[in-house]
Design a protein around this ligand. Structure first.
Ligand code: FES
Length: 110
C-alpha cells in the first residue's frame, strides 16, 4: 500500500515535516527530512523512551541542520540512516519508512 504525503516543495532543504497516517486503523506518526536533495522518512518515536522527537511542530533537526535531534534528552541521529550517534540510545536506530518521489509527490510505502 502507498500513501501520498505532500508535494516535495512543501519541505525546505534542509527541513523536516511530520505526518499523521492511518495504518490499518491505527494512527501512525512519521516525519520526513529533506537534506542535500534527498528525502528520508522515519517513525516519530525515539528509541530511548518511545516518545515523539520534535521540539516544535515540524522541527526535527538540530540547530546546524546536520542531525535529527530528540528534544527530550538531545540524542542525535544520522539523517540518512537514522542511527543514533550521541546520547542515551547510541547504537540504536529510528525505524525507517520507505518513501519515493512520484511526479513531485512524496509517497510512503505504508
Ligand atoms: S527520549 Fe529521546 S533521547 Fe531520551
Amino acid at each position: 500500500m502507498t500513501t501520498n504525503l505532500c508535494d516535495i516543495s512543501e519541505i525546505p532543504d534542509p527541513g523536516s515535516k511530520s505526518f499523521q497516517l492511518n495504518d490499518n486503523g491505527q494512527s501512525l506518526e512519521i516525519f520526513v527530512v529533506h537534506k542535500n536533495a534527498g528525502f528520508y522518512a522515519f517513525i516519530n518515536r525515539c528509541p530511548h523512551t518511545g516518545i515523539n522527537l520534535e521540539w516544535q511542530e515540524d522541527r526535527f533537526l538540530d540547530l546546524d541542520q546536520a542531525f535529527i535531534q530528540c528534544a527530550t534528552h538531545d540524542a542525535l541521529f544520522e539523517i540518512d540512516s537514522g542511527r543514533c550517534i550521541h546520547g542515551p540510545c547510541v547504537g540504536e536506530s529510528l525505524s525507517a519508512i520507505v518513501i519515493e518521489v512520484v511526479d513531485n509527490m512524496l509517497v510512503a510505502q505504508i
